[in-house]
Design a protein around this ligand. Structure first.
Ligand SMILES: NC(=O)c1ccc[n+]([C@@H]2O[C@H](COP(=O)([O-])OP(=O)(O)OC[C@H]3O[C@@H](n4cnc5c(N)ncnc54)[C@H](OP(=O)(O)O)[C@@H]3O)[C@@H](O)[C@H]2O)c1
Length: 322
C-alpha cells in the first residue's frame, strides 16, 4: 500500500501553479518509483476570484493561512508566496514548522532577512527546511552547498545570480539601449512590471545573503551590501569595455579575506572576454564556489522561470520524502 504524503501550498502564482502542475503530472510516477501517493490538501491564495491557469479540482483553496500552516492533515508545506508580504511569509513558514510540517521555501527576500530565525525554528522543531528555489532558478546550488560544506571550508563564492539583469546586459552588449532591453525582458516574461529589485541589485544581494549563510555560516546584513544598479549603464559603457577586451556582467561575490573579514559586492563589473562569466548570457546564471579541498567548482543553468524553479521545488519535495 502506498504511503500518503499530504501537501499544503502557500501561493498559486507563477511558481505555485507550475508546482501544482508538476505534482499532478508526476503522481503515477511517484506511486510506481517510490510507493507514495502525493495529495495536495489545500492551497492558500489571496484572491479567490482570480482566474488560475492550473486545474485545482478537488483541492481546497483558502484565503486563511492557518488552514494550511496549522492543518494537522498536512505533512509538508510548500511556500510560493512571493516577497511582497515578507513578514507574513516568515510568520507563515515558522508557524508551519512549529506545527510539525517540513517546509520548502522559495522566497529569497524572506530567507535573506529572516533566514536565521527560520533555520532555528526548523532545528528546534526537528523539521526539514529546503530552500532550493530561492537561488539560481533551476541550478541545484543550495542542496549542493549544504551537502558539500559538511567537510569543506568555503571562503569564496561568486558569479551571476540575477537572470533579469543578465538578460538586459546581454541585450545591451548587442547594442540595445537600457530601455529597449528592459522592454524586451518584460515582453519575454523575464522582468516584472516593477523590476527595481532586480535591476538595482537587491535580488542578487538577497541571494548573496542566503549563499553566505549556507557556505560560511555567517549572517550578512542586507544593509551592508549596498548593491550598484545597472540602470545607469549606457551602450557607450558597454562599447568602452569591449574596446578594452572586456564585457560588463551583473556580478556578485562574497569573500572571506586573510583577516577573516567578509568582502561583498553586487553590481555591474567588466570581466575579461575570456572569463567563463562572459559567456553566460540571457536568463542563465553561473555560480562559482571555491573550497579549501575541492578547489573551484562552477554551476550553470537557467536562473529563473516557472518550470526550472518548480522542478527544483519538486526535487526538494522528493528529498524530504526520501
Ligand atoms: N517567478 C520566478 O521565476 C521565480 C524564480 C525563483 C524564485 N521565485 C520566488 O518564488 C516566489 C513566488 O514567486 P511568483 O513569481 O510565483 O509570485 P506570484 O506570481 O506573485 O505569486 C504569489 C502568490 O502568492 C499568493 N499570496 C498570498 N499572500 C500573499 C502575500 N502576502 N504576498 C504575496 N503573495 C501572496 C498570491 O495570491 P493571489 O494569486 O491570489 O494574488 C499568488 O498566488 C517568490 O518568493 C519568488 O521570489 C520566483
Amino acid at each position: 500500500m502506498e504511503k500518503k504524503i499530504r501537501i499544503g501550498i502557500l501561493g498559486l502564482g507563477t511558481v505555485g501553479s507550475k508546482v501544482v502542475d508538476l505534482i499532478q503530472v508526476n503522481k503515477e510516477r511517484a506511486k510506481i518509483e517510490y510507493g507514495i501517493e502525493l495529495e495536495i490538501v489545500g492551497i492558500m491564495i489571496r484572491d479567490r476570484n482570480k482566474k488560475r491557469n492550473v486545474a485545482t479540482k478537488g483541492i481546497r483553496l483558502t484565503e486563511n493561512i492557518d488552514d494550511i500552516v496549522k492543518n494537522p492533515d498536512i505533512d509538508i508545506c510548500i511556500e510560493c508566496m512571493g516577497g511582497v508580504g515578507t513578514e507574513q511569509t516568515k510568520n507563515a513558514v515558522i508557524m508551519a514548522l512549529c506545527n510539525h510540517k517540513h517546509v520548502i521555501m522559495s522566497s529569497k527576500k524572506c530567507l535573506a532577512l529572516y533566514g536565521k530565525e527560520i533555520f532555528l525554528a526548523a532545528k528546534e522543531n526537528n523539521r526539514q527546511l529546503r530552500i532550493e528555489a530561492s537561488v539560481g532558478g533551476g541550478i541545484p546550488i543550495c542542496s549542493t552547498i549544504m551537502h558539500m560544506s559538511q567537510g569543506e571550508t568555503i571562503k569564496k563564492i561568486f558569479g551571476i545570480v540575477n537572470a533579469t539583469s543578465n538578460y538586459i546586459l546581454t541585450a545591451m552588449n548587442n547594442d540595445k539601449t537600457y530601455e529597449e532591453a528592459l522592454t524586451q525582458a518584460k515582453k519575454n516574461g523575464l522582468a516584472e512590471n516593477n523590476p527595481e529589485e532586480d535591476v538595482d541589485g537587491l535580488d542578487a544581494a538577497y541571494k548573496l545573503c542566503i549563499l553566505v549563510r549556507l557556505c560560511m555560516k555567517l549572517d550578512v546584513n542586507i544593509n551592508d551590501i549596498q548593491p550598484v544598479s545597472i540602470t545607469k549603464l549606457s551602450v557607450n559603457d558597454m562599447k568602452a569595455a569591449k574596446e578594452e577586451g572586456k564585457i560588463i556582467k551583473p556580478i556578485f561575490y562574497a569573500n572571506v579575506n586573510e583577516k577573516e573579514e567578509m568582502e561583498c559586492f553586487v553590481g555591474p563589473y567588466a570581466v575579461s572576454k575570456e572569463n567563463p562569466l562572459a559567456f553566460v548570457n540571457d536568463n542563465n546564471n553561473m555560480i562559482f564556489v571555491e573550497g579549501k579541498y575541492s578547489g573551484l567548482r562552477a554551476f550553470y543553468g537557467q536562473g529563473a522561470g516557472a518550470s526550472p524553479t518548480a522542478s527544483v521545488i519538486y526535487d526538494d519535495l522528493m528529498d524530504i520524502i526520501k
